[in-house]
Write a new protein. Sequence first.
Length: 608
Amino acid sequence: MRFMLTILLCTVTVVFAVTAQQTDWSGGPGEPGPVLEWENSFNSSDEVVYTETPGVLSLAAGILTDAATEIEASAMYSICAYAEDVDLDGDMDIIATSFVDNKILWWENLNEGISWQSHSISSNLDGAFGAVCADVDNDGDNDILGAAMGADMVIWWENLDGIGTSWDEHMIDDNLDGAKSVAVVDMDEDGLIDVVASAKSDDQVVWYRNNGSGVSWTKHIIVSDFDCAMSVYPFDFDNDGDWDVLSAAKLDGAVRWFENTNGSGTTWTEHSVGEDLYYARGACAGDIDGDGDADVFSANGISKSSGTVCWWENTDGTATNWIQHVIDPEFHGPFSMLQFDVDQDGDLDAISGSLSENIICWWENQNSGTAWEKHILCNYYAPSIISAADLNGDGSIELFAGSLYSFNITWWKTYGYQQEGWLVSSILDTGEDSEWNTLEWTADVPETTSLGISMRSSWNENDLGEWSDTVYTSPADLSAMISDSDRFVQYCIVMKSESNDTTPSLEQIQISWDPLSIHRDDTQLNELLITTGNPAGATLAVNCLLTEAQTAQLILFDLSGKAVYTTGHLQMNKGQNEFIVRDLSDGLYFARLNLEDRSINARVTVLH
C-alpha cells in the first residue's frame, strides 16, 4: 500500500489542461458566483437577449419608433383592426370594422405594409365592431367572423374564391343584444372552429358550437349577468387542457375568468380576478412573472381623471387567488389591453392606448413583473384596438391600431436591434492557482457588427480588478489578458451593431488553463490519495489526509472539465477523510482538494 501511495503523491505535480465553457444562458441573470460551473446562468446583462433562440446570445430588439405608416383612406374603417393572412399569400393583411360607417372589409398587403388595397366584405352591418379570421367551414381558406353592436348579430362570411374577393354571409346569432367582441377557439376539441362572443347590452358571454362547416350553430351561455361585458379572451387558466374564457365588464367593474368545468363547454364556474375596477374594458392573459402559470393584464377607467393599467398575479397556480400589481396608476381612459414581448427579452410587456390623452404606450417588464418602465410610442387620436403582427415581413413584430374617431389605420415599425449590449458571466472558481491557456468562442458576426470579450481574474473573489482589453478574434491568448496564478475568473461579452437589421450572436465560450498549485508547501503532509488503485473500477475511494481540521472541498472533474462529484465546503477532520464516488463511466478524472489556503490535485483512470 505504501508503494501505491508514493506513486500517487508523485502524480499531484503532473500538469493537465482543464476547460470551462458556457453554451446556455437561459437561466437568466442574478448569479454573481463564485460557481464551480457556469451552467446556464450569469451575473448581469443589458440589451442582450438570452432566450429568443435557445443556446444563443444576441442583441435585443430596439424600442418602437414614432415614425408611422398609414393605410390611406382607411379612416372610416379603423374602429377595430386585426391582422391575418386573408388571401394566404404569405404576408399579413388587416381586417377592419367601421362602427360609424357600418362596414367590414379587409386591406390586402401589397408591398410589405407600404401599399394596400381594400376589399369589401359587408357594407350594411349596423355598428360593426369585432372581427376575426379563421377557417370556419374547414375548406382550407380563411373566412371572416364579425360582431355588430347595432344589429345585435354575430355573423361569418364564407371566402368563396379563397383569395378574399367574393363572400357569402352566414348568420350565427341575430339576437345577441350589443354583440361586441368575438374570438375563435375549438372549445369542444372536435376539430372545428367555434366562436366566443361578448354582449355589451345583454350582459352575456357566450360561445357557439360549430355543428359542422358553419352551417348550424348551438349557443351556450357562459355567464348571463356580467354587466356590460366588453371583451373575451380564451385561455387555459387552470392548466387542465381545455379552454376557459377571460372577460372584462365595464359596469360591473370587474375582470373574471370562467372555468370550463367539464371540458366540453356546457358547464361553467365563475372566478373573480379583480373587482371594483371602474370601467373595466380589456383584459388578456399570459405568464407575466415567469413562474409557469397564467397571470392577467387589465385596463380600466374612462375619463381624464381616472385610469389604471395593472397585472394580476396568480399566486397559487390554480387561478383562484390573485394579487393586484399596479403598472401605471394614472393612465387615463385606456380602451384595450394587449400583451406582447415588445423588446424580445423573453418576458411579456403591456400595451394600451389612452382615449383621453391620445397616446399609445407600452410598459417594459423589467424584473418578472416587479418593475416597469413606461415608453410613449406615439401620439394618436383616440386609439381603439391595438394589435401586433409582422406587417412588413422583416421577421420583427410591428404594432398597429385603429381610431374611434376616424383616423387612418396606422402601424409602427421597431427600430430593429439595439446598437450595443453586454453580458457579464458569473465568477468561476477554478479551485486552484492557474496557468491560463486560451480563450475560444463560436459566434456569427455579420458585417457592420462586432463581438468582443474581455476578462478579469484574481485570487480574491471580492475584488477581481479591472477588465482586460477586449479581444475580437478567437482563439485568443488568455495569459496575455489576465495574470497566472489567479483562482477566480470572469468574462464580459460586448456586442455592437451599426445596422438595425442584424445582430452578432454567440453560441459558446470556453477557457482553458493548467493547474499550478504553486501555493503548495511540500513540507506539509496534506495529501490527496486515490485508495482504490489506478486504474480504478466504477467505485472510487478518495482519501483526504489533513494535518489539521479545516474547511475543505473535494471536487471530481471529468476530462471535459465538468464536475461530476463534489462534497461542497465542509469541515474535514485532522487525519483521514474518506469519500466514496460510485457509478463512474470509463475515462480520465481529476480530483481536486480545495483547502483554505491552497489546492491539491490528483488524477485517476477509471476502467471496468
